[in-house]
Design a protein. Structure first.
Lengths: 427, 235
């Protein structure tokens, strides 16, 4: 009576591989633990590096946005191209009234803002006097340039601008320099001997992009008040803000087409009004952070690869150890794939356990960093807080899977190439 | 039944095997012609280095000849893939080795089930048949023991049960009593005799004159050639 071999169920291969895998001998505990530890170590390394990169990226994004978003700053300069008989080298100086001219012609812009600056201006309170930067600007500047007031204060209002009120909004460091521990809100100070009421102090922020100087060191007053007191209306900066980042390039082109005829310069002359397009520089920053992340990822992957080499090494040793066992199975009729896949599964098992362990450890470590206060710490407020994202998890798992597969597959192929005749003959 | 010579199990003609190590070439078999018929119990004898083991490897499809024609159960073995060779071994050959070659970390039962696993025999049938075979070799009470918990004689009996699992065309035994003491050796010999009496075909490579004596036919191999082929006392 022959055993019934004719009716092979469709899952026979899987059944055989699984049976062999679950019945095959395992590594000695010590070896298995070292292997798993190597993989766990690699996993922790790659996860921490990627989490660090992700935190850096998010922090840079945040710090960049703390200046402004979808924003461009222009400062008056000189023409570099001749225009309708006019020679190059002519200064271009937009004035406060030109803001309405632009607003009327470019209603698609979110805001058009002017900045008039008085450098090293004497600001006194009681017996204390500091020299600081005072900016006359529109109320729209507050939102666009992220000048959020700390509780109890407010930013400039449209009414302040219309009524030319003597109100002042202080950068946080300047407020500290003048008032120390005292609450500045509602106090009256002197700007070039003219009294101003402090209406607000800026919330602290880590600022990446700076022009003129850090926001924390300046004070803002309504642009109309500035004109009245300082008697100047030539803009130091002309700012525009779009609703979407993609609109910026077209907006800047149109702005020159609007201003060129008015001021008599070639609209294609990019130097008449020198421009800092923050949308463009944001792209550069994004590419740099992406580059950093890729670099960190590669370093982590290499560390993990070393763990993988460890697994492969152990698996080779196991193949050597079990040569006779493999030879016996072959003699009994095992096909190559039934030899290969249990080994691949074993490699994957160690990688999986090590990887899972590494993920747990890394997650705990990253969670621990959330207890480090970030706002008070200069380094941390630049580097940000390590963050694990789902993408990092997926990427790491994929790398782990590939390494596990390879670490099992090559030793397994060696196993399948064993010559059964040679292994069975001798003791 | 004992002397049924109708079916040819093994047909070898002009089989040569050359080992080429790169530096030296060794001609282990220099043209072997051998036929084994159903129901025979053949003892292959000869001094060490005579080519017995090489012959055994070729007979068991563990290795392929350099030249010559080999049919096992009417199936030509030349030019098949490794996996096909594995399948032929699984269905047609049962091995019994001098050093038992049981898998050390699994039970006797699982060892006997192993060829049936490869043969695609359903789990239940595997279990029933393996238990039955172990009972037949007198190890019904040792099914859950691992090889390390068994004596040499017991291990060899498990190996015999395993060799019979797929009900092969032929059982090949390579010095099956070589690692056993006299008494367990003679137990094994009796089992082989019984198998033969039940109509099985056996080919045993042996130094043991006692075992050779029980065979129906004795083939002497010397220097890679068959030098004598005569009926044994068991015939």
């Amino acid at each position: 009576m022959k055993p019934s071999t004719e009716h092979r169920a469709p899952g026979t291969d899987l059944h055989i591989i699984w049976t062999l895998f679950s019945s095959s001998s395992r590594l000695q505990k010590k070896r298995a633990m070292l292997t798993i530890a190597a993989i766990a170590w690699g996993t922790v390394a790659i996860l921490l590096l990627l989490a660090f990169g992700e935190g850096l990226k998010r922090q840079l994004d945040k710090n960049r946005r703390s200046t402004a978003e979808n924003f461009a700053v222009m400062w008056p300069s000189e023409t570099t191209k001749p225009w309708k008989g006019l020679p190059p080298g002519r200064p271009i100086r937009p004035r406060i009234d030109d803001l309405d001219f632009i607003r009327a012609r470019m209603p698609e812009l979110k805001s058009v803002i002017g900045e008039v600056v008085s450098w090293r201006t004497a600001i006194s309170y009681g017996k204390k006097t500091v020299n600081g930067r005072v900016i006359g600007t529109n109320y729209l500047y507050g939102d666009a340039r992220r000048h959020y007031p700390v509780a109890g204060g407010r930013w400039l209002s449209p009414a302040d601008e219309i009524n030319r009120r003597r109100v002042i909004f202080l950068g946080d460091e300047m407020a500290k320099d003048i008032f120390g521990q005292e609450d500045p809100i509602g106090k009256t100070l002197l700007v070039n001997n003219a009294p101003y009421t402090v209406i607000g102090v800026m919330q602290h922020k880590t600022q990446m992009g700076v022009y003129g100087g850090p926001d924390k060191n300046h004070a803002c007053i309504p642009i109309s008040t500035f004109r009245a007191q300082f008697g100047r209306d030539k803009l130091n900066n002309l700012d525009i803000e779009t609703y979407q980042a993609e609109e910026m390039t077209a907006a800047l082109k149109k702005l020159n087409e609007v201003l060129g005829p008015k001021f008599g310069y070639d609209p294609t002359d990019g130097r008449a009004l020198q421009t800092w397009d923050m949308v463009k520089s944001a792209k550069v920053t994004t590419n740099i952070t992406l580059g950093i992340q890729i670099f960190l990822g590669i370093v982590g992957a290499l560390t993990l690869l070393i763990g993988g080499v460890g697994v492969a090494n152990i698996m080779y040793a196991v193949v050597k150890e079990r040569t006779r066992e493999i030879g016996v199975k072959m003699a009994l009729g095992a096909k190559s794939r039934w030899i290969i896949y249990p080994f691949v599964l074993e490699g994957l098992l160690y990688t999986f356990v090590g990887g899972a362990l590494g993920i747990i450890i890394a997650t705990l470590l990253v969670a621990l960093t959330s207890f480090v206060p970030i706002e008070q710490n200069r380094v941390m407020s630049f580097l940000g807080r390590p963050t694990l994202s789902p993408e990092i998890g997926v990427a790491t798992s994929m790398i782990l899977g590939i390494i596990g597969l390879l670490a099992g597959y090559f030793p397994a192929r060696r196993a399948a190439s064993i010559d059964p005749a040679a292994t069975l003959r001798y003791e | 039944m004992n002397n049924n010579r109708n079916g040819t199990i093994i047909h070898m003609s002009e089989i040569r095997k050359v080992y080429d190590t790169g530096k030296v070439t060794v001609e282990a078999l220099k043209g072997i012609d051998l036929e084994v018929h159903k129901g025979e119990m053949v003892a292959v004898v000869g001094p060490s280095g005579s080519g017995k083991s090489t012959l055994m490897n070729l007979l068991g499809c563990l290795d392929t000849p350099t030249s010559g024609r080999y049919e096992l159960g009417g199936e030509n073995v030349a030019g098949v893939t490794r996996d096909q060779l594995a399948e032929i071994r699984n269905r047609r050959v049962g091995f019994v080795f001098q050093n038992f070659n049981l898998l050390p970390h699994i039970s006797s039962l699982e060892n006997v089930e192993m060829p049936m696993l490869f043969g695609g025999v359903p789990v239940k049938e595997r279990h029933v048949r393996a238990t039955e075979l172990l009972e037949r070799v007198g190890l019904g009470d040792r099914v859950d023991h691992k090889p390390t918990e068994l004596s040499g004689g017991q291990m060899q009996r498990v190996a015999i049960a395993r060799a019979l699992a797929m009900n092969p065309d032929i059982v090949l035994a390579d010095e099956p009593t070589g690692n056993l003491d006299t008494s367990s050796g003679s137990d094994i010999m009796s089992i082989f005799s019984d198998l033969w009496k039940q109509g099985r075909t056996l080919l045993i490579i042996t130094h043991d004159p006692g075992l050779a004596k029980r065979a129906s036919r004795i083939v002497e191999v010397r220097d890679g050639r068959v030098t004598a082929d005569h009926p044994g006392e068991g015939a």
